[in-house]
Design a protein around this ligand. Sequence first.
Ligand code: BDR
Ligand code: CA
Length: 312
Amino acid sequence: KKKIIIDTDPGQDDAVAILLALASPEELEVLGVVAVAGNVGLANNSKNALKVVELSGRTDVPVYAGCSRPLRRTLVTAEHVHGDTGLNGPDLPEPAIALQKQHGVDFIIETLLAHEPGTVTLCTLGPLTNIAMALNKAPEIAPRIAEIVMMGGAYFEVGNITPAAEFNIYVDPEAADVVMRCGTPITIMPLDVTHQMQSTRPRIDAIRALGNRSGVAVAEMLTFSESFDLKKYGWAGAPLHDPCVTAYLLEPGLFEGRLCNVAIECASELTVGMTVADYWHVTDRPRNATFMRNGNAEGFYKLLTERLARLP
Ligand code: BDR
Ligand code: CA
């Protein structure tokens, strides 16, 4: 069983990723969920994390608030994509559970120090601020992290917030740079993969037809995501980003990519936040990340739908 920490800015697609993890207790032990500023501000993202944990019925899983702004830059948010609350779509009750008192960054550090090295995986679904803060504050955690599996970046599919950059990396490129250089094994789910996971009508309908409260809420989330993304891309379904991270942990064979060097552009105004993947090994820079390029969408939605059926 893998022990994981989910670092997130929920976000409809973050919520689906968290639910997929919480629906899979045989494979994944979720040690905690840590919110970060990103899609919307920290207060709403933290509240949304509580709502999602409560929706899953797994109120034993602690939720923490992390950093409220990027390391050096002014926070950029995406209410135009996720709605003013960050989780528009389903009508979820105000959370009855509360945030933990401890800061999310300290929780990450303490957890990594308390567990055997190589046993805790970090799943990142938002800007990398919390992880970079933890690495800066306690560099001794780096060799203890089993793996970082992140949704972020793009190469062949280039950008979604600027022509060159994907949102999670763009919001805090300096944090992404710290993470990419930390020496831990990294697996990246970029737009190249997440754009293949389109939530078409039949896929959303199959999730709604589960009839449980989680399935219906996920259908509402995916329907809300369509309202912006279908216009933007003109596809049959909206891309589904963050659940690729938890799906990878459950069924790695759904994805394929290549170990290569991935570097973050932090300087150029035009391309800041770009993930420069040396996919063809044209440099001798260290191969620091497995950069995924293809995903099996049918298998991914089958897994997601089956697992959501297990929740209340
Ligand atoms: C990423 O940005 C956010 O809007 C989504 O939740 C996802 O993590 C996609 O670029
Ligand atoms: Ca996210």
